[in-house]
Each structure stands twice: as structure tokens, then as C-alpha cells.
Ligand binder design. Structure first.
Ligand code: G3I
Length: 340
């Protein structure tokens, strides 16, 4: 019998779970299955548990892909992060309409409660943490100021801040064992960090059941540095929150290169590759120094598929993950696995 060497999940088992975002198509690849078995102790459905995919029509649920992923996780004894309940993207049209008009606040609350109840009942044996609320803060809007940091989403326009509080309370009742998270991007520094801290501390003061903050971690080969990361972890920990890095990928491009043509790099330049590997090593090592960090999940497994292949530039190749296109481990994985 082939002896399995230690994978990331073994190396970090006393510190945090190691995870990846997946789809049914990915799980059906043999190499993905082997990589997950060796390295990952947590899975997130990249899309399958979002509102429009689970409930495309009112009260008509499509559990197919989410069940496939949950059953895979159950068979392999891997935990899942539930992603996501309230988000401004991937919501079905019917959700915000009622008799051809804008949905009323009361109806939206009822629809949300129904969704949470059904989804919880189906997955609360396997989902240990829910992203109850995703990306509700928008610091790029022209209306943004210290007291007005909410994204002007359909959810917010109809339900206000109250619907966010309600979602956490409902989820706590429906899935009492699950950890409840607020998840966002760019929330490790600057205005987004400040607004998130303000938002979360006011929610906690109001007695809203929030256990943790998800730092998505859609990062760059040259960002974030160690100081930024530590400051974010320490700031959220000071509120008594758990922290999970929920969607980590490390782009080969800088954000200001977003407008370059689709064939910007034919292959990842070596200096950037080396920096990227350093970033990955740093993130895992720093995280392991804090008890409050409970999960590091990458947004995909290997460079054969990443959402960054279409964002922010369509059809631009990127190499942001821990495994290459053939599922071979990159140096960061080798080095981290040798570290114990
Ligand atoms: O499934 C349809 C397919 O039938 C159709 O032919 C095809 C044509 O465009 O689209 C497919 O749907 C796409 C879906 O991914 C599944 O691949 C959508 O167009 C596409 O918009 C969608 O993108 C997802 C994106 O969220 C939506 O905003 C990405 O896969 C997913 O990685 C991304 O994930 C988000 C997190 O949930 C929240 N944080 C940011 C992160 C990255 O944007």
C-alpha cells in the first residue's frame, strides 16, 4: 500500500483547517481527488451553495451540485464551509420582486428565513461554518463615509441593516452548531478594515451572533506584506472573533495591470513566481502563530482552473494557486510540508 506522506492538512492540523473551493466538475477529476485527499480538510462550494443556484425559483430548490459536493465531503470526512446566504451577486430575479413590483420588507424577511431553514436542514451535519453575509461593505462607492459603509444592494435597499442582523439570528437558530461568519475582500487593510471593524463591533454590541470574519484573500504576488496581515489578524482577534482566510489566491498580476491585453504573460515570470511562493509560505506561517485563525482555504485547487482566468480581464491566463496545471505541488507546498 502506498504510504501517504504528510499533506498540508496534517502539517497544520493543530492550528487550522486547510481548504479549497470546488465544483462538481473539479471533484470528478482524479488528480483533484488525490490532491484533496492528501492536503485538504475543508471544502467550499465555489458556486453551488449560492442563493440563485440553490433556489432558482421560489420554493423550487436545486440541490444537485451542492449535494454532490456535500456527499463527497461526507464520504471523505472533510468539513465544509457554507458559502453563502446574503450576497449582492448570484441572487435570483424573483427574490426581489413581488407581484411584478419591488418586494416588500416583510416578504423578503420571510423568503430569507425559508431559505435559511431549508439549506440548514439539508447541510447542517457537514457545514461547520456559514458565510451568512458576504461583501456587504462597499468602501469604493461615491457615497462612502465613516457612517455609511453599506453596499447599496437589493438586500440592503429593502431590508436595511436589520436584515443582516436577522440573517445571523435565523442561522443561529437553524444551525446552532455552526460558526457564523461575515466574509469580505480587501478587508485586511485601509478603509475596508476600518469599516469592517466598526460594523462587526456594532453588531456584537447589539448581541448579533457572529463568530468570525472571513478574509477572502484575493491577493497579489507582492501583497499583502507581513505587517498588514498581522495587523488585520490582531485587530479582528481583539474583538474576540475567529478568522478564516476563505478564498485565497495570489495573482500573477498587480491590480493596476488589469487593463493589459489578454496575453499579458505567456507564462508566470520567475521573479513573480518566487515572490508568490514566499507570500503563500508567509501566510501559512503567520496564521499558524495565531490561535484565532481557524481555516486557510484557497479559491480553487490547481492552476488548470481559476476564476481569475476571466477576471478582471477575460481569457487572461493566471497562476494563483498552490498546485500547477498538472496538479503538481508548487515549492510553497513542498516547503510547508517539510516544515514539521
Ligand atoms: O454555469 C454557467 C454556465 O451554464 C454558462 O454557460 C456560463 C456562461 O458565462 O456561466 C456559468 O456561470 C458562471 C459561474 O461562475 C459558474 O462557472 C458565471 O457566468 C460566472 O459569473 C460565475 O462566476 C463566479 C463568481 O463568483 C460570480 O460572481 C465564480 O465562478 C466564483 O469563483 C466567484 O466567487 C466569488 C465568491 O463567491 C465571493 N468572493 C469573490 C469570488 C470571486 O469573484
Amino acid at each position: 500500500m502506498k504510504v501517504m506522506e504528510n499533506g498540508l492538512k496534517d502539517i497544520f492540523k493543530d492550528s487550522f483547517l486547510t481548504g479549497a473551493a470546488v465544483s462538481r466538475a473539479i471533484l470528478e477529476q482524479e488528480a483533484a481527488d488525490e490532491t484533496i485527499t492528501r492536503h485538504f480538510s475543508s471544502l467550499t462550494a465555489e458556486n453551488a451553495m449560492k442563493f440563485s443556484l440553490l433556489q432558482p425559483q421560489e420554493n423550487i430548490f436545486d440541490w444537485n451540485e451542492a449535494d454532490f459536493i456535500a456527499n463527497y465531503a461526507r464520504r471523505k470526512n472533510i468539513k465544509m464551509r457554507g458559502h453563502t446566504i446574503i450576497w449582492h451577486n448570484q441572487t435570483p430575479e424573483w427574490l426581489f420582486l413581488e407581484g411584478g413590483n419591488k418586494v416588500s420588507k416583510t416578504t423578503l424577511f420571510k423568503r430569507l428565513e425559508n431559505h435559511i431553514d431549508k439549506v440548514s436542514a439539508r447541510y447542517n451535519d457537514i457545514v461547520y461554518a456559514w458565510d451568512v453575509l458576504n461583501e456587504a461593505i462597499d468602501t469604493d462607492s461615491s457615497d462612502f463615509c465613516a457612517d455609511n459603509y453599506f453596499r447599496n444592494s437589493e438586500w440592503f435597499k429593502t431590508g436595511g441593516r436589520e436584515i443582516f442582523e436577522f440573517a445571523f439570528k435565523c442561522m443561529r437558530e437553524a444551525s446552532p452548531k455552526a460558526k457564523l461568519f461575515y466574509n469580505d475582500y480587501n478587508n485586511e487593510s485601509g478603509a475596508k478594515l476600518d469599516s469592517t471593524l466598526r460594523f462587526l463591533s456594532s453588531m456584537l454590541d447589539a448581541g448579533v451572533p457572529i463568530d468570525g470574519v472571513g478574509i477572502q484573500g484575493h491577493w497579489y504576488y507582492n501583497f499583502p506584506d507581513e505587517k498588514t496581515l498581522r495587523h488585520a489578524i490582531e485587530s479582528y482577534s481583539a474583538l474576540g472573533l475567529e478568522i478564516e482566510f476563505t478564498e485565497v489566491d495570489i495573482s500573477a498580476y498587480r491590480w493596476d495591470e488589469a487593463k493589459e491585453s489578454a496575453d499579458f504573460f505567456p507564462a508566470m515570470p520567475n521573479e513573480r513566481f518566487l515572490e508568490q511562493q514566499q507570500r503563500f509560505i508567509e501566510i501559512f506561517k503567520i496564521a499558524s502563530e495565531y490561535k484565532s485563525v481557524k481555516n486557510i482555504t484557497t479559491w480553487g485547487i490547481a492552476d488548470n482552473y481559476t476564476w481569475l482566468g476571466n477576471f478582471p480581464v477575460k481569457n487572461r491566463k493566471n497562476w494563483p494557486l498552490l498546485f500547477d496545471e498538472q496538479y503538481r505541488e508548487k515549492p510553497a507546498v513542498t516547503e510547508l510540508c517539510a516544515s514539521l
